[in-house]
Structures are given as C-alpha cells and as structure tokens.
Design a protein around this ligand. Structure first.
Ligand code: NAD
Ligand code: ZN
Length: 347
C-alpha cells in the first residue's frame, strides 16, 4: 500500500511525530480524497501537541492532527456531486450529520452529532487526506493557496464580528491572537470605529496596531476600562468581541460595554468561572456565544473579504514553513511571538 508523511498523535504525552502512514482510501461514496498543499496551525492543534486536559479527554490515538488546509481534489466517491478531480478546495472543520434537529434548523455548525476534522477523525497534517463532501469549500482559482488554508479561522473572526453588527460602532476586541487580529481587519472592513484592542503580549500589541486597531492597551500595565470610558465620552463601547479566553478580559467586555450593547464571545476558557450575571441583566447586555463558523454564510463572507482585498492576510501570516519544520511552528505558537503559521505540505 502507498504511504505518505503525516503528523500523528501517537503517544498519550506531549508532542506529535512525523510518520509514514498509509494513504487514505475512499470507502464511502460521499468521501473526497485531497492532495494537501498548505495547512495552518490552530490553537486546537497546539493543545493536542501539548496534550492538555481537554485533548487527553477527547483525542483517540493514534490519529493524524490538523484541520485548516487548502489542496487539490484527486479522488471522489461515486455519489460526490459538488466537486471534481482537479478542484482547488478547503473545508469546514465541523462535520455535520445533516439529519438532526440542529442541522435541519440552519444550525449545522452545532450539529448534535458533530465530528471535528482532526479532532474526532484523522486530520490534514499529511500529504493526503479524505474528507466528506458536505464540508468541502471550492476556492476561487485566484485565491492564494497558502491564504486559502487560513479561511477557516478567518471564518471564526467573521462569525464573531458579524453577529451583533459593528458598522459605525465603537468596538472592543479583547485578545489579538491570530483570530483577534483577523477580527480587527474584518471589523474595520465592515465599518467599526474606533477599534480598541486589549492585549497582553508586546509582539501582538504591535501586530494589532499594524492590522488597523485605533488604540491598543495592555491590561497588565494600564486601566483599560478607564481608557475606554475616556474614548467613549464615559458611555462605553457599543460592541465587544471576546477573543482571548481570559476571564478578566470577559469581565472587561461586560464592564466597558454600553448598556444594551452586544458581546460576541469566541474565546474558550480553561475552566468555568463566576461572572456578575446581574451586570448582564441590568445593563440589558446580549452575551452571544460563538462556535465555529455559520455554515456556510461565513465562508461566503470570508472568501469575499479576501477576494475583494478587504482583508490582507499578509499582515497576519508571519511564518510559512516547510512541512518538515512543523515543530518549529508549534513552538513559535507556544511562545506567542507570531501571527498565523502556515506549513507548506506540497507544491
Ligand atoms: P490565541 O491564544 O493565539 O490568542 C489569544 C490572545 O489573547 C493572545 O494573544 C493572548 O496574549 C491574549 N490574552 C491573554 N490574556 C489576555 C487578557 N487578559 N486581555 C487581553 N488579551 C489577552 O488564540 P486565537 O487562535 O487567536 O483564538 C482566540 C480564542 O478563540 C482562543 O481562546 C481560542 O481557543 C478560541 N477559539 C474558539 C473557537 C470557537 O469555535 N469558539 C474557535 C477557534 C478558536
Ligand atoms: Zn446534525
């Protein structure tokens, strides 16, 4: 059987290993075989690498990691209709069943039977991968192949920014990791202003400014709440996007929000913690949880923002590494002195 290089979670411990494994074979008529060209590293992949508590409870070994990619269709199951051999594709990570109540009511992204690519199934840090047709996204041929792999997290940013609406609104973004940085550009493209960012790491503070934030504050060094009040005539921001997964940052969003404002919360927290729910109630705040991407509305918006050059991923992708240097990418992400990291898997 033909083999390929793949990044496998094989041990129940920190790390991943590059191994020779069998090239996947289509076994279901709805499956598509992809030659992976580019793959980007997500925080979830880092968690699997680090073998944190979440991954210990969720990941079955051995399994290939990775879910953000672009590549070429090289094989299709006999029922596949929407793509053909040679198509340039990426994919949504949330694999829906298509039949449950949530799938049938426009909520496929939170399907009751959802499987996550590279988390519940073999992923795409490999020369070849097979994915079900239902999640495939056909890319425009003019889209750059390495930026195409980053559309999935861009979709997280789009979903978070568009949910409450930001046009003409003062907007707070807490956390300027890769997704927060994308949210700055998306919010700006959609007419938000001023865009106020809260971030703790110097490298990312600098990146937030380069990505178009009007003000960036460091909550470990300054009173961000007070700064926001000064910038908004003592009223507070009209929209807040929580993109750090830090409990104090969510507290800032609640405190610094204009009563009646909207918080879209994307950041994932390590553990449950108390919030002052009466502030949410008496301020008439909407606190809206964001999971994944709205399928497939956010894919259309993300791809339009890229094709019409409203979002420039050159300012977000800081490293393009050969597949063999995958570990360097993971370690860079762990340090946080980077934006998005993309691996080149093949020509
Ligand atoms: P990231 O971890 O790279 O970015 C988080 C940023 O927040 C970092 O730059 C960090 O320095 C900053 N930060 C930490 N504490 C802070 C504080 N108190 N105030 C302000 N900033 C602070 O992550 P990312 O890849 O950009 O993703 C953003 C968040 O979204 C993460 O929590 C991630 O787990 C989550 N996420 C959620 C979904 C979902 O479907 N809900 C999907 C993808 C990612
Ligand atoms: Zn479903």
């Amino acid at each position: 059987m033909a083999t390929m290089k793949a990044l496998v979670k094989s041990e129940k411990a920190r790390g991943l290993s590059m191994q020779k494994v069998d090239i996947p074979v289509i076994t279901d008529e709805h499956e598509v075989l992809i030659k992976v060209k580019y793959a980007s590293i997500c925080g979830t992949d880092l968690h699997i690498y680090q073998w944190n508590e979440w991954s210990q409870n969720r990941i079955k070994t051995p399994q290939i990691a990775g879910h953000e990619f672009s590549g070429e269709v090289i094989g299709v199951g006999k029922a596949v209709k929407s793509v053909q051999i040679g198509d340039f594709v990426s994919a949504e990570t949330h694999i829906p069943c298509g039949y449950c109540r949530l799938c049938r009511t426009g909520n496929m992204h939170i399907c009751k039977n959802m499987k996550i690519l590279g988390v519940d199934t073999n992923g795409i840090f490999a020369e070849y991968a097979k994915v079900p047709e239902v999640v495939l996204w056909k890319n425009a041929p003019e889209l750059s192949q390495h930026f195409a792999s980053v559309q999935e997290p861009l979709g997280n940013a789009v979903f978070t920014v568009t949910t409450g609406g930001v046009a003409g609104k003062s907007t707070l973004i807490t956390g300027a990791g890769p997704i927060g940085l994308m949210a700055i550009q998306v919010a700006k493209a959609l007419g938000a202003g001023p865009i106020i960012v809260s971030e703790v790491k110097d490298f990312r503070i600098d990146m937030a400014l380069k990505n178009g934030a009007d003000y960036v504050f460091n909550p470990t060094k300054e009173d961000v709440h007070q700064k926001i009040m000064r910038l908004t005539n003592g009223e507070g921001v009209e929209a807040a996007l929580e993109m750090s997964g830090n409990e104090k940052a969510l507290g800032l969003c609640i405190d610094a929000l204009l009563p009646s404002g909207h918080i879209s919360a994307l950041g994932v927290f390590d553990k449950p913690f108390p919030i002052d729910i009466n502030k949410v109630i008496f301020k008439n705040i909407t606190l809206y949880g964001i999971t994944g991407r709205k399928m497939f509305e956010t894919w259309y918006i993300a791809s339009s923002l890229l094709l019409n050059k409203r979002v420039d991923l050159n300012k977000i992708v800081t490293h393009l590494l050969p597949f063999e240097e995958w570990e360097k990418g993971f370690l860079l992400m762990e340090q946080g002195n980077c934006g998005k990291i993309v691996l080149k898997i093949a020509e």
